[in-house]
Design a protein around this ligand. Structure first.
Ligand code: FE2
Ligand code: FE2
Length: 315
């Protein structure tokens, strides 16, 4: 992990560098904000520790510049002033933490360690998400007609879930769950997935395994319990006619993903039928709701979410 230490006083820099030595992190030094930004261009850092008063560019300006580039990069301000006003200005600039001078070196080490740990976890999560998206891409590449399906379903489902007042955490789980809902198709032969013909009964039973396969694929993830309902139950229907579990009690947000999934399938091109217009697809969903297969609330939320975001497909 790399720390960028910014201070115009060489003695202070030396002191802090020595104090950080036991952490085994790589520390780069800069004498002011300008120099820090130059270093920042060369390689990424995981934490910035900066003095407040420096010539050329002070700590507040540096904080603002860094946060504009990478809002999640932790910035700790070293302040001698200790007054409330300085902290307020620092917070406004986007600083994450403050250390009062003279710096308590043991406290410095603990705080730096904490920030670096959180940054590492966050980078791991981003890495994981990238890996999962590569998998989604691999699935969608198996069938020319499903390119972008996961992202579209996630987008539509988010519109619907927002209408229902879902919390930010719920929205995040729903987004990932929707992106990954068909991940299990990676285990299904290409010729079945290609979508260029109406499926035979045997092929259909093969395809019906994808929610369970997806559930299995995601099992090692820590997020599995939160993503599982979307992946495993996106083909369930409220009258028990869905698969794989024949549920009749399905979480509302999962039904929103089901509605968004069906909507995208109906409005997308298949060689054996032409795509429906957005309005026509919604009518199909509403019919399913009347028949007791889909949640009326979920379908209604999808309709108003699509309209509000002007995302209804016109053709
Ligand atoms: Fe599916
Ligand atoms: Fe799907």
């Amino acid at each position: 992990m790399r720390v960028l230490l910014v201070d115009d006083d060489p003695f202070q820099r030396l002191l802090l560098m020595r104090a950080l030595e036991p952490l085994g992190v790589e520390v780069s030094e800069a004498r002011n904000g300008r120099e820090a930004l130059d270093l920042f261009k060369e390689k990424p850092y995981h934490l910035v520790l900066t003095d407040l008063h420096m010539p050329l560019m002070d700590g507040l300006e540096l904080t603002r510049a860094i946060k504009a580039q990478d809002p999640l990069l932790p910035v700790t301000l070293l302040t001698a002033d200790g007054e409330k006003e300085v902290k307020l200005k620092g917070l406004q600039a986007g600083a994450d933490d403050f250390l009062n001078r003279p710096v308590d070196l043991a406290e410095l080490r603990l705080r730096v360690k904490g920030h670096l740990e959180r940054r590492r976890l966050q980078e791991e999560l981003e890495e994981l998400e990238k890996t999962l998206l590569v998998l989604v891409g691999a699935v969608e590449a198996k069938d020319a007609y499903t390119a972008g399906h996961g992202e579209r379903v996630a987008r539509y489902a988010l519109f619907g879930a927002e209408e229902l007042g879902a919390s930010p955490e719920e929205l995040e789980d729903l987004r990932m769950g929707a992106l990954l809902h068909d991940i299990g198709k990676i285990g299904i032969p290409d010729h079945i997935l290609r979508g260029d013909h109406v499926l035979t009964e045997v092929e259909r039973s093969y395809i019906r395994r994808h929610p369970v396969l997806g559930d299995e694929i995601l099992k090692p993830l820590k997020a599995h319990p939160r993503l599982r309902p979307y992946v495993r139950w996106h083909h369930e229907r409220l009258d028990g006619s869905g698969y794989p579990d024949g549920l009749t009690d399905i979480p509302l947000l999962v039904q929103v993903v089901t509605a968004a999934d069906t909507y995208d399938a109906l409005t997308s091109v298949r060689t054996y039928r032409s795509p429906l217009k957005g309005e026509e697809a919604l009518e199909v969903l509403e019919k399913e709701a009347r028949e007791g297969k889909l949640s009326r609330e979920a379908v209604r939320a999808l309709r108003s979410g699509l309209l509000r975001n002007r995302a209804l497909r016109a053709s």
